[in-house]
Design a protein around this ligand. Sequence first.
Ligand code: AMP
Ligand code: ZN
Length: 133
Amino acid sequence: MADPNCIFCKIVAGDIPSEKIYEDEHVFAFMDISPLSQGHCLIIPKEHAVTLHETSNEVLSKVLPVASRIVKAMGISTYNLLQNNGEIAHQAVMHAHFHIIPRRNTGEGLGISWQTKEGVDQKTIADAIRSKF
Ligand code: AMP
Ligand code: ZN
C-alpha cells in the first residue's frame, strides 16, 4: 500500500518526476537528486515500508539483483551499497531504500568514519540472536 504523504511512493506513482533507471512489478530504481558521486542512485521496493525489516522478504529478494544489474550497467567495480534505517542511522526519507554510491577514487562519494567500540560482548549478543532465530 502506498503512503499518500511519502515522497518515494509519489515517485513510484509518477506524481513526482524522477530520473528512472528501471522498474518491474516490485522494484523501482532512479537517480538520487543530490548525488554524492557520479552515478549515485536509489533502488526501492515499490511497497511502502519504512525500514528494511518492515519490507517483505519476498520483495527484498527482488531488490539486490537489481542493484547488481545497475552496477554492471554502470561498468563500475568500486562502490558502496548503503541502506539507512531510522533517524539515528541517518535515514531522511522514510521509505526503505538502497543507495548505490560509486567510488572512483578515495576522495569521492561516501565519507565513512569507522569507530570501533571497546568491550562489546559479541558472544552474548550472538547467543541472544541465535535463541530467537
Ligand atoms: P537517506 O538519508 O538514506 O534517507 O537518503 C535519502 C536520499 O533520497 C538522499 O540521498 C536524497 O538526496 C534522496 N532524495 C530525496 N528526495 C529525492 C527525490 N525527489 N528524487 C531523488 N532522490 C531524492
Ligand atoms: Zn513510500
